[in-house]
Design a protein around this ligand. Structure first.
Ligand code: COA
Length: 261
């Protein structure tokens, strides 16, 4: 399956084909490539040409706030629905919060380490995410949304670019953080922390803070910038990240979904 490009004289929309999502949802899935989409004021022709191309598809869009109001108008005219706002935070190494000691003591039996493979008992940590864009979409059941993350961690292939940090208690995985390393268009080495989760019954015991600080220490020497993303509705996670030194907002983006069934 290929990307879809629809054009008229003045405008263009490009939909990037998503193989994994297509298999998971059983529906051809795409993401709007905002960098290669260009929508001007008179887009009625493009609208007419795009609507039939979206039958029987699931399309998502991540539009940075302030990017292009015309693009947002166009997507709403295509019947995209607002799902939430994603916030990308940046770690500020010498901020007050980053330098502060963690104000609690974790049980001595908790071990935090970089994993060499994905432990089987870490798969269930995927059930802890309740504010992901999949959970916020009414068209996806909670069970299916949980399954997205269980499936993600189950299929995660660790490499020099994808690192996994795990917290264990009595040999059981009770928390995890994934760090994805890549180079930005500006040439900055970025470590993006992703899949940050602690099992419900072990939350509020500082395990999350210790895990994330361990991941930060590991990434600090290997990257120029450390980021972490979450949904604006996940206030608990936002406060947790701020308390652990992610004191600067790097980007905010609107998440939109369209189900063309
Ligand atoms: C976000 C998450 C990873 C935090 O993990 P955690 O182990 O609970 O984190 P901590 O215990 O270090 O800190 C959580 C809170 O407990 C407080 N806390 C920690 N230990 C404490 C103690 N001994 N006594 C009192 N409070 C304590 C922290 O100050 C913090 O307070 P806050 O909620 O007011 O910010 C966890 O809540 C989680 O897995 N959530 C579901 C998945 C999720 O949403 N992940 C983020 C996706 S982007």
């Amino acid at each position: 399956m290929r990307d879809i490009v629809v054009r008229d004289k003045n405008n263009q929309i490009r939909l990037k084909f998503l193989k994994w999502d297509t298999q998971f949802f059983g529906l051809k899935s795409f993401a709007v490539d905002t960098q290669r989409t260009n929508i001007n004021r008179s887009y009625q022709n493009l609208l007419r040409k795009t609507i039939p191309r979206m039958h029987s598809t699931f399309v998502s869009a991540k539009v940075p706030v302030g990017f292009s109001q015309t693009l947002i108008d166009f997507l709403f005219d295509l019947d995209f629905r607002y799902i939430g706002t994603a916030i990308l935070l940046e770690y500020v190494p010498n901020s007050d919060v980053a330098s502060r000691d963690i104000p609690c003591i974790t049980d001595k039996g908790v071990i935090i380490e970089k994993a060499t493979g994905v432990p089987k008992d870490a798969h269930m940590l995927g059930n802890e995410f309740k504010f992901s864009r999949f959970h916020l979409d009414k068209n996806i059941s909670q069970r299916k949304a949980d399954a997205v993350w269980v499936s993600y961690i189950r299929n995660l292939k660790l490499s020099s670019k994808e690192l996994l940090f795990v917290a264990r208690y009595k040999h059981t995985a009770i928390g995890a953080v994934v760090a994805k390393q890549y180079v930005s268009k500006k040439g900055e080495k970025i470590s993006n922390l992703f899949f940050v989760a602690v099992k419900r019954q072990y939350q509020k015991k500082c395990i999350g803070s210790q895990l994330i600080r361990y991941a930060i220490e590991w990434c600090t020497h290997r990257s120029d910038v450390i980021t972490v993303g979450t949904q604006a509705r996940n206030i608990k996670a936002l406060n947790f990240y701020i308390k652990n030194g992610f004191a600067r907002v790097r980007e905010t983006a609107m998440i939109l979904h369209k189900w063309g069934r």
